[in-house]
Unconditional design. Sequence first.
Length: 285
Amino acid sequence: MPFHGDVTRDDLLARIAAHPLGDTPAVMRPAFRELMLGRDSVAPGSRHDRPRRPGGPRVVWFHGGGYVFGSPATHARIATYLTDRHGFDVTLPAYRLAPENSWPAQLDDALAAIAHDSDVILAGDSAGGHLALVTALHLARAGRPPRGLLLFSPNTDRTGRSATRTEMAADDPMVDDAGDRALAEMCFGARPPSDPDVSPLLADLTGLPPTWIEVGTPEVLLDDSRLLHARAAAAGVDAHLTVTPGMLHMGQIWAPWWAPARASLDRAAAFATGIWRRTGAAAEL
């Protein structure tokens, strides 16, 4: 267990600095796991069988990690927090990782995870936010959008529209643009940046469900969230954006120890609960 009790941003920065992720998948995967879980860790399952509120929101959360590292285990505390504090039913699906599996393997796995039940709220952080967004777009085009979207610092554009990818590269302790591009190349290969699956900012966003976006500053992907929010709102989507000064990229993984992580998840949970109740009531009419 990395921490016991409340921590500060400086505590997190020190831990991140002490656990460099390296440059290859073989190094990144165990390094990120140790960063998140400690040296001796037991991998929990993808579903959390803990007390839930009857009729509460059902959330499918796709983990971040640039499509190259990360797992349901590294993000399990998010599910535990949402379940214990808010009574959610949270599932963390595993999906195939790059570079062994290139896109669209990840999308295929995400769609398969909800093939028989898209009556859920999709969520994800970083690359997982990208996966949640692209999955929601595919479901919307098929006429069965999820009830909502919770996106935490999602990757949305690789065509150069995001100025913060370079402006904030030196200030973001979790990711820089060069590293993010290297991860993207492992996953997307020769696909052009303008491909809507690569840059969902360019997709037709009409039909997306109510969407909650959380991001921090300084974050390399700050503009990815700002641009998505603006385009989604222009397309008539019920879209909301919260920008938190000092929030770390993928900062939600540090709940329950870090107060800003708890606050971020609490805001998103309140939004999710609201849309779950509204859409459920509408379906009964």
